[in-house]
Write a protein that binds this ligand. Sequence first.
Ligand SMILES: [Zn+2]
Length: 194
Amino acid sequence: MEDKERQILEDLVFCAHEMEREGLIIGSVGNISARIDEKTFYISSHSSYLGRVTETEFVKVNLLGEKIEESNLDPSSELWMHVEIYRARPDIGAIVHTHSPYASAYAVLKRPLKPVNPESTYKLGEMPIVSYFPSGTREFARAVANSLKPNINVALLERHGVVTVGKTVHEALNYAELVEEIARINYLVDTLSR
Ligand SMILES: [Zn+2]
């Protein structure tokens, strides 16, 4: 394995563990991927618990959703969402999907997050809310990919959660952290102003 691929796997493992440590996911939910080159990427497996995932639990796939390396693990059930996003966004290198509770609650209500501080507003920009489709389907995957227009890095998924994209997996994770922070502040603002 090349050094570059080893580094990608190391970053994926680090960020996956952070996702659970920070309360963005719990147990076997959520998924994470990073591009190796224009046509291939590593994605967490269907059975992975991200909080304790290891480098051997990532599956190498192409942009047709096919496994391209021998593995007895299946890719995440949200494989198509990752495939469609990488196809639509050649500029991004990583995708993080969480069910972080505060942002997910706003997504359930389809209530847009208000800008609450200058840094996050500047970094996150517009955050579209994708209407509900059953997860794992191509319709869902296309709707998410369509919402992530150039320069949009965060989408809220109605009755589901959050997806973020970045040039690196660290950047995508940072967007996932920021959107949850903004959602928590929105919740406090909404509660206190009642
Ligand atoms: Zn999910």
